[in-house]
Design a protein around this ligand. Structure first.
Ligand code: 1HE
Length: 264
C-alpha cells in the first residue's frame, strides 16, 4: 500500500486533517487529492468543523511539479477538474473548515487554503503564486476563490511578478482573517473551530453555502435569497432555543475584543 499523505484525527467534534508529505513540503500530488476527498467525506459524516494544516513547518508548496511535468494537456484538464470537485466538497460541504497556515502557502496550497472558510496565518508564513514563472496557470479554483478574496488585480500581480506576500500582507489583502505568533496557528485554529462547532449545524451550513453563492447573484436576487434564508433558519429548534436563551439571560453577553469578545 502507498504511504499515506494525510493524517486524520477526530478531536471531539473537530476533524483534524494534516497534509503529510513534509519531505516534499506537502506538495499536492494526485494521491493526496484523493486522500483529501476521503478525509472530507469522513469529516462531514462525523465532525461539526474541521481544521486543515500542514505537517513539517509548511502548509503546502502547491501542485506536485514532478508529477505535473509528465502530464499531457488533457490529463491536466482532468486533474484540474478533480481538484475543483475535491476543493468544492470542502468549500461547499456541510461543515466549516479553518486553515492553519505556516511556512509555504504556494500555488495550489494557496488554492486549498482559499477553499477553507476561515484562514489563520502565523508570522513567517509566506504566500505566492509562481505559476507565471513556471509557465502554467492555476488549476485548483484560485482564479475564482483567490481573486474574490484579494481582488483580481492583486492576483494578476502575484501571478505576473511572482510577488511573495508575508502573513501581514496576506491579512491586509484579505487572504487571511487572523494572524498568530510563530508556532501558534494550529492551536488557534482549533480554538476557532471549537467555537464554530458550538453553532447549530444548520446555521453553519447556511452561512458557508449561502454567502459565497450570493456573491454570484445580482443585488435584487441576493436580497431575495437572503430573505428566504432568514425565513428558513428562523424556524429551526436551535434558532428558537438560541433566541430564548438570550431573552432569558442564560447566554453570555457580547463584549468588546479587549474584554474577551465572544458571547455564546
Ligand atoms: C516539490 C515542490 C513542488 C518542493 N512539487 N516537489 N509550487 C512551487 O513552484 C513552489 C516550489 N517549491 C519551493 O519554492 C520550495 O521548495 C519551498 C519554498 C516550498 C521550500 O523550500 P526549501 O528550500 O525548504 O525546500 P526544497 O529543497 O526546495 O524542497 C524540498 C523537496 O521538496 C525537494 O525534493 P528533493 O527530492 O530534492 O528533496 C523539492 O523538489 C520538493 N518540492 N516543492 C514537487 N511544488 C492546480 S494548479 C496549481 C499550480 C501550482 O501550484 S504552481 C506552484 C508550484
Amino acid at each position: 500500500m502507498d504511504q499515506p499523505t494525510l493524517t486524520y484525527a477526530l478531536d471531539g467534534a473537530i476533524a483534524l486533517i494534516g497534509l503529510d508529505r513534509p519531505d516534499k513540503r506537502n506538495a499536492l500530488n494526485a494521491a493526496m487529492i484523493e486522500e483529501l476527498d476521503r478525509a472530507a467525506e469522513r469529516a462531514r459524516a462525523e465532525a461539526k468543523a474541521a481544521v486543515i494544516f500542514g505537517h513539517g513547518g509548511h502548509f503546502s508548496a502547491g501542485l506536485d511539479l514532478a508529477e505535473h511535468v509528465e502530464r499531457t494537456a488533457v490529463d491536466n484538464l482532468h486533474n484540474s477538474r478533480r481538484w475543483h470537485a475535491v476543493f468544492d466538497a470542502i468549500a461547499r460541504g456541510p461543515i466549516p473548515y479553518v486553515a492553519a497556515l505556516e511556512g509555504a502557502v504556494i500555488g495550489g496550497g494557496m488554492e486549498l487554503a482559499a477553499a477553507a472558510h476561515v484562514r489563520i496565518a502565523e508570522d513567517g508564513a509566506f504566500f505566492a503564486l509562481p505559476e507565471g514563472q513556471r509557465g502554467i496557470f492555476v488549476g485548483g479554483g484560485g482564479s475564482v476563490r483567490i481573486a474574490r478574496l484579494i481582488t483580481a488585480a492583486r492576483m494578476i500581480d502575484m501571478m505576473l511578478t511572482g510577488r511573495v506576500l508575508s502573513a501581514e500582507e496576506a491579512e491586509r489583502t484579505n487572504f487571511v482573517q487572523y494572524r498568530a505568533k510563530p508556532g501558534a496557528a494550529l492551536a488557534e485554529a482549533k480554538t476557532l473551530a471549537a467555537r464554530i462547532a458550538g453553532n447549530a449545524p444548520f446555521i453553519n451550513f447556511a452561512i458557508i453555502n449561502a454567502l459565497p453563492r450570493m456573491q454570484d447573484l445580482a443585488h435584487d436576487d441576493g436580497l431575495f435569497v437572503e430573505a428566504l434564508m432568514a425565513a428558513l433558519t428562523q424556524t429551526t429548534p436551535e434558532a428558537i432555543a438560541g433566541l430564548r436563551a438570550f431573552l432569558e439571560k442564560r447566554s453570555a453577553r457580547l463584549a468588546p475584543p479587549d474584554k474577551g469578545g465572544g458571547g455564546a
